[in-house]
Design a protein around this ligand. Structure first.
Ligand code: SDX
Length: 398
């Protein structure tokens, strides 16, 4: 009963969609990709291996993995005309804004021969998107610092390629050896990409599925997902965590900000804490926390921001308010710290999330096309809370 009148929506609220890709048990803190525990995948896999699993439903054998890796590397190069889009962006444009725009423009490059009813075409869409997202992401960063773009290389794996495209000091030569990539950093990035690859029907994946249900161009659907991910309540939280830590400033201020987060009249929330589904520890946060502490000790990152994050975590985990509401650190709390330790600029944090989640988005898009051909267009319903029927009043009588 909504006070003014009782309301029978006339329908039961059921699960928004069916999928075989990812399973989450929020109360028990369980996350499975195609039935495999995230802990085992994080420990043993390469990100591209996991991308194959999400797309195909099975882990690849050695030949399948080699061929898939080559296909992704081969598709990582972007059309020279696509690079011109960056010239239109001001140097300080937010990389997520550039990502939305340039990924959306892929729909202008790949639409003529696009036949989503053809499995081969669908597969090419998926591998092209996974290959190109990291190149476009790195190009967004290079544009923002006024450096020449770096081409992807066939002799590097996905994470090495991304770090090279981001940080290589080279010009635009295809092969350059002047940039050493620390294997520990590659391992940390590989882990982050695996943990962020998919997460059931989160806001951005639901956006991609809703757009995909209309039969829209798949690249345009991914651009819609990128836009949804950008919000600070969702994928933008990792950037918001670092901005929050900078706002808190020092460990002495932690109690004050914990009090602000608990104050119902204060809009301040602890970024990186809480989750729509996990009412227990986010399993990804458990995995990433260990790597975060390893990374900080290995690189002696005595950045006060890292110390502050650990003090904040300690205070929140002991506070009744957070314990009662089952507000634990989520994946974004620690990922921001690791990205900072990898020297990724803060405004690129959500871009990193988008690179990884592209594997999940295209897997869900593919699943929809394959499993539900002629699927009904998505059409969420609502609980109407507005006025009941009433007659028009002419303006001279209002
Ligand atoms: C991601 O869906 C996914 O799977 C997303 C994601 C993925 O992989 O795709 O996991 C990635 O988006 C992780 C979440 C990142 N966002 C943040 O870290 C932003 C900070 N978190 C909050 O905005 C919030 O926790 C949400 C949005 C994540 C979840 O909110 P819920 O489940 O809707 O919780 P709620 O709003 O119902 O809050 C319940 C209570 C409220 O207090 P009371 O009304 O009971 O007094 O908890 C409080 C809230 O005020 N609360 C917080 C809080 N989060 C909830 N109080 C302080 N700080 C917080 N972060």
């Amino acid at each position: 009963d909504f006070g003014c009148f009782s309301y029978d929506p006339g329908f039961t609220i059921t699960a928004s969609c069916k999928s075989k890709i990812t399973y989450i048990d929020g109360d028990r803190g369980i996350l499975l990709y195609r039935g495999y525990p995230i802990e085992q995948l994080a420990e043993n896999c390469d990100f591209i291996e996991v991308a194959y699993l999400l797309l195909q439903g099975e882990l690849p054998n050695a030949t399948q993995f080699r061929d898939f890796n080559l296909e992704i590397s081969d598709r990582a190069i972007i059309h020279e005309a696509l690079r011109k889009f960056f010239d239109g962006f001001h140097y300080d444009a937010h990389p997520m804004a550039m990502l939305v725009g340039v990924v959306g423009s892929l729909a202008a490059f790949y639409h003529k021969e696009m036949n989503v009813k053809d499995p081969q075409h669908r597969w090419i869409c998926a591998t092209r998107m996974i290959g190109k997202i990291s190149t476009i992401a790195a190009a967004s960063y290079r544009h923002s610092i006024g450096r020449p773009f770096v081409y992807p290389r066939m002799d590097l794996n996905y994470c090495e390629n991304f770090l090279n495209m981001m940080f290589s000091r080279s010009s635009q030569t295809y092969i350059d050896q002047d940039h050493y990539i620390d294997p520990f950093l590659v391992k940390a990035l590989n882990l982050l990409f695996i943990l962020h690859a998919d997460h059931e029907q989160n806001a951005s994946t639901s956006t991609v599925r809703l757009a995909g249900s209309t039969g829209a161009n798949p690249y345009a659907c991914v651009a819609a997902g990128i836009a949804a991910l950008w919000g600070p309540a969702h994928g933008g939280a990792n950037e918001a965590v670092l901005n929050m830590l900078a706002q808190i400033g020092c460990a002495e201020n932690v109690p004050k900000y914990i009090a602000k987060a608990k104050d119902v009249n204060d809009p301040f929330r602890l970024m990186g804490f809480g989750h729509r589904v996990y009412k227990n520890f986010d399993p990804r946060a458990t995995i990433i926390r260990k790597t975060c502490h390893e990374l900080l000790s290995k690189f002696q990152k005595n950045d006060p921001l890292f110390e502050l994050a650990l003090v904040l975590e300690e205070h929140a985990l002991k506070d009744e308010y957070f314990i009662e509401r089952k507000l634990y650190p989520n994946v974004d709390f620690y990922s921001g710290i690791i990205y900072k330790a990898l020297n990724i600029p803060v405004d690129m944090f959500t871009v990193m999330f988008a690179i990884a989640r592209t594997a999940g988005w295209v897997s869900h898009w593919l699943e929809m096309q394959e499993e539900q051909p002629g699927m009904p267009i998505g059409r969420p319903r609502q609980l109407y809370l507005g006025p009941q029927r009433r007659d028009f009043i002419p303006i001279n009588q209002r």
